[in-house]
Design a protein. Structure first.
Length: 277
């Protein structure tokens, strides 16, 4: 069961860093900086001078491809393990506040309905198209366009911060978490998508498995999920568009994937768990 406290907003003004409150159809801070709420329900808290392009982050095409792939169930083992970890970390808690830092189109947020406790969720992503998609589908959550390097969230306010395949900025993570709050950092494991990489590249190699110590955090542990999936050409292209390889691979990669209709690839995820000191 999930519900929200009306007015319990944890977004902050990107200009003066003071708390934002809802005033009719806008978020407004004490210094009268105002940010309109879009018809889908999200707010844009990414200042123009913080953008590295006109439309940073994933495009509409990439968002649609990722949603189609994820909703096909190929990453169900990931979402099941994520909920297991959160339920274990917060066993006995009646309510927690969750920040999804780099929420994308919100698919993983939707799966958190399997948690055993109530929670408030505030998500943000640098991609306006992704946030628009998330906010349009998951209306009970709070979404904003924002950056991991300048999070639009209040200090010392969250019990849990999620980073699912997003840039890691530990100072910002430490800032928004309460003392003893948890950070779950989900990263690709060393054998992740080796089958896809064998189609894309002549020479492939496994990633080096490691965890990094972050200032202000204690490392709690690692949880690993491994499986295999078989994809037709179209779904393989959707997966390709979710990955960094999409930006790094020469023209013709999509055609090679389509020609390998029915290929199998490994999926391997590591959940790195940290607790704020």
């Amino acid at each position: 069961m999930t519900y929200f406290l009306i007015g319990d907003i944890m977004f902050i003004c990107p200009i003066c860093k003071s708390k934002l409150n809802i005033n009719d159809k806008s978020y407004v801070c004490e210094n009268n900086h105002s940010f309109d709420i879009a018809k889908q329900g999200y707010v844009n808290l990414l200042p123009v001078n913080k953008k590295h392009s006109d439309n940073p982050g994933d495009t509409k095409e990439m968002v649609l491809s990722r949603r189609e792939f994820l909703e096909s169930g190929h990453y169900d083992c990931f979402t099941v393990k994520l909920c297991e970890i959160i339920n274990s970390l917060f066993e006995g808690k009646r309510r927690i506040a969750i920040a999804d830092c780099g929420c994308g189109e919100g698919y993983y947020d939707g799966k958190l309905e399997n948690l055993k406790m109530n929670f408030d969720l505030f998500g943000f992503d640098i991609s306006k198209e992704a946030v628009k998609s998330a906010s349009g589908k998951y209306k009970k959550y709070h979404y904003a366009v924002g950056s991991c390097f300048n999070m639009p969230l209040e200090d010392n306010s969250f019990d849990l911060a999620l980073n699912i395949f997003a840039p890691m900025v530990e100072k910002e993570m430490a800032r928004i978490l309460k003392k003893d709050g948890y950070m779950i950092y989900a990263v690709p494991g060393k054998s992740h998508l080796m089958g896809l990489k064998r189609i894309l590249y002549e020479n492939t190699y496994e990633k080096v498995e490691k965890h990094t110590e972050y200032d202000g955090f204690d490392f709690v542990g690692r949880h690993t999920v491994k499986s295999g999936i078989t994809l037709n050409g179209e779904m393989g292209v959707n997966l390709f568009k979710m990955t960094p390889y999409y930006f790094k691979t020469e023209l013709g990669a999509e055609e090679r994937i389509k020609k390998n209709n029915g290929f199998t690839t490994e999926i391997h995820f590591d959940f790195l768990i940290y607790r704020k000191k």
